[in-house]
Design a protein around this ligand. Structure first.
Ligand code: DMJ
Length: 470
């Protein structure tokens, strides 16, 4: 009997509110916090002051010639939400006193925006510490030159000291995943330039969609011509769609609303793929050529698994629920999800697992919508052996993933990415999104909903919560 069937049988036999092995939600939340601290103490011991911990060699990794404190900035709001006051205060002081962007290094605008600008803004909103806002504004000023291209699409890299730019081939995710952060900075500093430049970049990608409404993977920022016309919801495009939706909700921007509605129509028409299996009709999202809509690949992976959260947030709970089932099928095949599979054969295309959060993020969103009894999600899910409440099903899904995650990725002094989910061999990497996202979404899934009012925030793509407009 497959592990998935066993899982379904087990959860169907349990009373709705229970988790497996009689563990309470509070206990699970406490375990997540304790695992966060385990990884954080490894970072502090071997990599303090640097960007990331290398968990196997017990050393550190900096992205550029000088560190930018990726892990502390990414981790800070998670500590605050977990109630780790001393740790959070100490980290905030360290950031405020030691983080400087006056460095002669070329940085990747997208990564620095989602991790550092997003992290600083979110922690500023949670603490009111003006020093974090000043750091964010300084960073925003230094990133602005990326938008000085003939099209308005941003260059990929900028030198933080000189403002020189590099990288004229970009993708929708890197060009279009800036408005939550730059728009929030504009609001907080009363400088609309930040909003306007980032919104133009987002709209510039949309403007170049194909006649059937799809975007490609790579585009030239100087000519506006696509250099790769593969269309999908995976890495390099993913968060472009996420930001169309979220910027409508965060800023009540009706242009973003319209762009999202057009885009989701094309995604559902050309990328969605219904696959008939013995267990029923499964929903997946694959690849298609952006101009013809012709199916180009039947691959899906860990990055695509953010999409149930986006669908749920948009109100499409039916597709969200079905796609989450598919993502979970991908996870339990090897007890950890691989980077990419062929969903028609369930064969692995890319076997690594870099501690990604997207599937947990979607579990948290679906749990939220199930627990408030949203119309569109069944209250009870029919299982072969009975029924279970949908909120209990998502909690149990989360518990399964958390236990697998700890079992296979924990090291003596941190957490490590996996080279292969088949062999479970580890690799010497612990990216900062482990703290910003993976632990945060696990924690929010199990902790009291009072920890963070879901309806009052929009998470940026790095899971930094930003307050919605009053
Ligand atoms: C994160 O940096 C962000 O979630 C980004 O949008 C996609 N990749 C990683 C996590 O997997």
């Amino acid at each position: 009997m497959s592990r998935r069937i066993i899982f379904l049988l087990i959860i169907s036999a349990l009373p709705p509110a229970n988790l497996q092995a009689g563990v309470s939600q509070e206990q699970l939340a406490a375990q997540v916090r304790s695992e966060f601290l385990h990884a954080w103490s490894g970072y502090k011991k071997y990599a303090w002051g640097h960007d990331d911990l290398k968990p196997l060699s017990k050393s550190y990794h900096d992205w550029y010639a000088e560190p930018l404190l990726m892990t502390p900035v990414d981790a800070l709001d998670t500590m605050i939400l977990m109630g780790l006051k001393d740790e959070a205060n100490h980290t905030r002081e360290y950031i405020a006193k030691n983080l400087s962007f006056d460095k002669d290094v070329y940085v990747q605008n997208f990564e620095v925006t989602i991790r550092l600008l997003g992290g600083l803004l979110s922690s500023y909103q949670l603490t009111g510490d003006k020093r974090l806002l000043h750091l964010a504004e300084d960073l925003g000023n230094r990133l602005l030159p990326v938008f000085d291209s003939p099209t308005g699409l941003p260059y990929r890299y900028v030198n933080l000291k000189t403002g020189k730019v590099r990288g004229n081939i970009t993708n929708p995710a890197e060009a279009g995943t800036l408005l939550i952060e730059f728009g929030t900075l504009a609001r907080l500093t009363h400088r609309p330039v930040f909003y306007d430049r980032a919104k133009r970049a987002l709209a510039d990608i949309y403007k170049r969609r194909s006649p059937i409404g799809l975007v490609g993977t790579w585009i030239n920022v100087e000519t506006g011509a696509w250099t790769d016309t593969d269309s999908h919801i995976s890495g390099a495009i993913d968060s472009y769609y996420e930001y169309l939706l979220k910027c409508w909700l965060l800023f009540r921007d009706e242009d973003c609303h319209g762009m999202w509605l057009d885009s989701i129509g094309a995604i559902n028409k050309f990328l969605a793929d219904e696959v008939r299996t013995d267990a029923g009709l499964e929903l997946w999202f694959g690849h298609a050529e952006m101009n013809t809509g012709k199916r180009a690949a039947t691959t899906y992976g860990a990055l695509d698994a953010f999409f149930p959260a986006a669908l749920a947030l948009s109100g499409d709970l039916d597709r969200a629920r079905r796609l989450q089932e598919s993502s979970f099928k991908m996870w339990i095949k090897h007890d950890i999800e691989p980077e990419e599979i062929n969903y028609r054969t369930m064969e692995i295309v890319s076997p690594g697992y870099p501690l990604r959060p997207e599937i947990i993020e979607s579990t948290y969103y679906l749990y939220h919508y199930a627990s408030i009894g949203s119309p569109g999600l069944p209250t009870l899910i029919k299982r072969p052996d009975g029924t279970v409440s949908s909120s209990a099903a998502y909690l149990q899904m989360g518990q399964t993933m958390f236990e697998d995650f700890v079992k296979y990725c924990r090291t003596d002094e941190g957490y490590a990415a996996l080279k292969s989910v088949v062999t479970k061999e580890k690799s010497d990497s612990m990216q900062s999104f482990l703290f910003a996202e993976t632990f945060k979404y696990f924690y929010l899934l199990f902790a009291s909903p009072k920890t963070l009012n879901f309806d009052k925030v929009i998470f940026n793509t790095e899971a930094h919560p930003i307050r919605r407009s009053p």
